[in-house]
Design a protein around this ligand. Sequence first.
Ligand code: TYD
Length: 144
Amino acid sequence: MQTVKYTFQPHGDDRGQLVALEEMKDIPFRIKRVYYMYDTGEGVVRGKHAHKSLQQILICIHGSCKISLDNGKEKKVIPLEKPYEGLYVSNTMWREMFDFSPDAVLMVLASELYDESDYIRDYDEFLKYVEQCGSEASGVEVSD
Ligand code: TYD
């Protein structure tokens, strides 16, 4: 399974590092919402859902965590441990976030406002949905 991990350009100087992200330039969609998770307990697994339309970029801006992506046919686990790396998560992708370090802050840039009707929270329903859609995610093109 192909995944897209962006390496953003840090603007470093003797004061430290700065990463700037602009929609449709560094991020392949218009950013309508930003949220972040922190203080995630040991052993917690978050996510466990897919979206019908929403696209996201996940950035672990502090600490580390792992992301499991599942397109209904294959799964891949991607570690996020650098504040200048972003994982693209297309729609129709089952995602789970786990193995959070105690200091982890996972920031999500989202292409849509919060809309519960865009969620698929049942895994069997997700598999049916993917089959109906021909597993065609409408996000960015990916290649190996
Ligand atoms: P939830 O979907 O359970 O998070 P995760 O996918 O990380 O497991 O969301 C947790 C709570 O936050 C839930 O009550 C819904 C709320 N929420 C918002 O109000 N706005 C948002 O943008 C998101 C992502 C969640």
